[in-house]
Write a protein that binds this ligand. Structure first.
Ligand SMILES: Cc1cc2nc3c(=O)[nH]c(=O)nc-3n(C[C@H](O)[C@H](O)[C@H](O)COP(=O)(O)O)c2cc1C
Length: 367
């Protein structure tokens, strides 16, 4: 069994342990996407708290790909300086850091409702806000946006980039038959639906050079009728591995939230373990599993053959020193309740914090 505190090397990048901080929108950037002192504080806390590889929250590759308030931008060179502060603070405390580069596709509309129409692979009837299908030129321009963003990440000192291909955002929209109804060279068959991924990976690889770790966060299937099957998801992952992908983090596609609220009687339910195990059998690159991991015993059992790394989001919002605590020998489970109150801060435009800790503080103040 792999020891959770044993280092792992991903395409030449040595990570001090098997713990990854899964990308988490911390709503700490300015309205223009610049990292702030608060961003440095959040990343610094995670690095000091023992995380091996920190993945930043969603950083939009173009302004039209922004999906939520106060996300990081990596769409302009002016973002590089602030991002460099994040990589410096991570490195000062021994962590590796990857930039998650993303485009929201038809789910980018919320922010500019009325001002602009979101674009994605296809026009989907009944989708909750206004959007239209991308032209082939727009698809190619977006591939270039990913490559330019990756070059900026490298310039800012990131150790890796992670392509966000999960959770119903643009890359996921291309892969899924639910959202990709194109009949040109970007859709129509599983091979054509995954072409966007392959082209993005190739362009990114060219921008960052050989030997630089390029990761993906991906859902290997949709959990909705008519959606992508696990076999199709695995075929896409294999195609990416054959193109030089360095590692993959397994989450979900369309139809199930990535942040489920675990039922109290089942606190140890790990959401996508079966998919990660299938990925591990299918490809020869490191696999991380995210979703619902709360105890050290579960981490150990996952590393016993189903994945090479374990990725956490919400537990590290409540306790950013959780990994250091486990390493010190205090192996009590994470205090996270999976209640999702952490989302409420970002939705109000305030930086991320744990809603339960906030509630306890208010209660204490109120007597
Ligand atoms: C507040 C919040 C923000 C998130 N932002 C992102 C994000 O920017 N990119 C992403 O890929 N996943 C994002 N996620 C999903 C997490 O990375 C992770 O996949 C999910 O929370 C399940 O892991 P957990 O059970 O350890 O929290 C977010 C989750 C939360 C709670």
């Amino acid at each position: 069994m792999a020891n959770p505190f044993e280092p792992i090397t991903i395409a030449g990048m040595e990570v001090r342990n098997r713990f990854q901080r899964s990308a988490t929108w911390d709503a700490s950037a300015t309205d223009d996407g610049e990292a702030t002192d608060k961003s440095v504080e959040i990343i610094g806390g995670l690095a000091r708290g023992g995380v091996g590889l920190i993945v930043t929250g969603y950083a939009y590759v173009s302004d039209e790909g922004k999906a939520a308030r106060r996300q990081y931008g990596i769409s302009h060179d002016r973002h590089i300086e602030g991002l460099r502060r994040l990589t410096n603070v991570a490195h000062d405390h021994g962590a590796r850091i990857a930039a998650q580069i993303a485009h929201g596709g038809i789910n980018s509309g919320l922010l500019f409702r009325g001002a602009r129409v979101a674009i994605g692979p296809s026009q989907i009837e009944g989708h909750h806000w206004e959007h239209r299908a991308m032209t082939a030129d727009e698809v190619e321009a977006t591939v270039r946006d990913f490559a330019a963003a990756a070059a900026r990440a490298r310039e800012a000192g990131f150790d890796a980039v992670q392509l966000h291909a999960a959770h119903g955002y643009l890359m996921n929209q291309f892969l899924s038959p639910l959202t990709n109804r194109r009949t040109d060279e970007w859709g129509g068959s599983p091979e054509k639906r995954r072409r966007f991924h392959v082209e993005v990976l190739r362009a990114v690889r060219q921008a960052v050079g050989d030997g630089y770790p390029v990761l993906v966060k991906i859902g290997l299937r949709d959990r909705s009728e008519g959606g992508m099957t696990l076999d199709e998801g695995l075929a896409a992952l294999k195609a990416l591995a054959a193109e030089g992908l360095s590692a993959a983090e397994i989450s979900t596609g369309i139809g199930t939230g990535s942040t489920q609220t675990s039922r109290p009687e089942d606190p140890e339910r790990v959401y996508f373990r079966e998919d990660a195990a299938a990925a591990k059998r299918a490809v020869d690159i490191p696999i991380a599993l995210v979703g619902g991991v709360r105890s050290f015993a579960t981490v150990e059992s996952i590393l016993d053959g189903d994945a090479d790394m374990v990725s956490l989001s919400r537990p590290l919002i409540r306790e950013n020193d959780l990994i250091a605590r486990w390493q010190r020998g205090d192996r009590a489970p994470a205090k996270c309740l999976s209640c999702n109150k952490c989302f409420e801060f970002g939705l109000r435009g305030e930086p991320l914090e744990c809603g339960e800790e906030y509630r306890l503080r208010q209660e204490a103040k109120g007597g």
